[in-house]
Design a protein around this ligand. Structure first.
Ligand SMILES: [Zn+2]
Length: 110
């Protein structure tokens, strides 16, 4: 008969767990429905926070892509007026790797 008692105890434990789970869920629901600001509940705020987070991640990705393009814009294809070397240098502080002639925006001959 000891086995039956153990089974009953396990069943009671399960019931307590279930009850606790339901209570936790109800509490969570109550928290979710709590009005925090104006007519916005915790749930609304969480959805909003998730949305903001998604937008931020998207912005970071877009920024990375834009930054690459931006870097490319500051690179120019030039032909050195001093030695005829051709290549890509910075638009602002580029110098010819062959003769060290400054290859800035004004001095470049494409
Ligand atoms: Zn050169």
């Amino acid at each position: 008969m000891g086995g039956g008692k153990n089974r009953l105890r396990a069943w009671q434990g399960l019931r307590i767990c279930e009850q606790m789970g339901t209570e936790t869920l109800n509490e969570l629901r109550a928290v979710m429905d709590t009005i925090v600001f104006g007519q916005y509940s915790v749930q609304d705020l969480l959805v909003g926070a998730g949305f903001v987070l998604g937008v931020l991640i998207l912005l970071v990705i877009l920024k990375k892509i834009f930054k690459k393009k931006e870097e490319y814009r500051h690179i120019q294809l030039v032909e050195c007026s001093g030695c005829g070397w051709q290549g890509r240098v910075s638009r602002y502080a580029g110098r010819c790797p062959e003769c060290n002639t400054p290859l800035g925006d004004q001095k470049a001959q494409v």
